[in-house]
Write a protein that binds this ligand. Structure first.
Ligand SMILES: Cc1cc2nc3c(=O)[nH]c(=O)nc-3n(C[C@H](O)[C@H](O)[C@H](O)COP(=O)(O)O)c2cc1C
Length: 167
């Protein structure tokens, strides 16, 4: 699948807006992800307000891509159905995040995954920013926009990392 190999983090974007149709496509891709016992433990907050987006820079040191991004998607973890599922919701939300990145590449959009969880300052900062209830834990922020840079695809295949049957 070419999108897997072409996707790179984009940290500079043009002024072009991202349509609501494309935003919905990204969210559909996210919600299509696999999840443990199909609990789908995610919620998504779409940030379109520039002032709100820029406030992230106050508590997240690596969020400068939000300066030029057209919008951002905050992927959030919901309270698990039971304690046993708690560690799985991170994996579920990571799968949803990667789906969004790949769909964006398919649509010609640029993205960068900005880690939030488990950094407490970032988790609390985002929760307050989007006024999310206590049972919601922000997982990451995805900056979205039309790319203003084109990093070359990176070939990361490394045969020495592959172990057949046993180490
Ligand atoms: C869990 C996670 C957290 C990340 N956090 C940030 C971040 O806070 N800011 C940022 O600019 N990039 C962030 N990245 C993007 C990585 O730096 C990037 O994926 C990595 O350098 C590989 O480059 P590529 O995405 O272009 O293939 C994060 C990626 C992951 C998976």
């Amino acid at each position: 699948m070419k999108e897997i190999f072409e996707r790179r983090s984009i940290r500079k974007y043009t002024d072009a807006p991202v349509s609501d149709t494309d935003i919905e496509k990204l969210l559909r891709a996210g919600m299509q992800a696999p999840s443990a016992v199909n609990q789908q433990p995610w919620e998504f907050a779409v940030l379109k307000d520039k002032d709100l987006m820029l406030k992230v820079l106050d508590f997240h040191p690596y969020s400068t891509p939000l300066k030029t991004a057209a919008c951002a998607i905050v992927v959030c973890m919901k309270q698990p159905l039971n304690a046993m599922l708690e560690p799985y919701r991170m994996q579920d939300c990571a799968a949803a995040t990667q789906n969004i990145l790949l769909e964006a590449t398919h649509l010609g959009l640029g993205t960068v995954w900005m880690g939030v969880y488990p950094d407490e300052t970032r988790v609390n900062g985002v929760r307050e920013l989007i006024q999310a209830p206590a049972e919601i834990t922000p997982f990451c922020i995805i900056a979205v926009g039309h790319p203003a840079e084109q990093p070359a695809p990176a070939d990361r295949y490394d045969e020495s990392r592959v172990h057949i049957n046993q180490w």
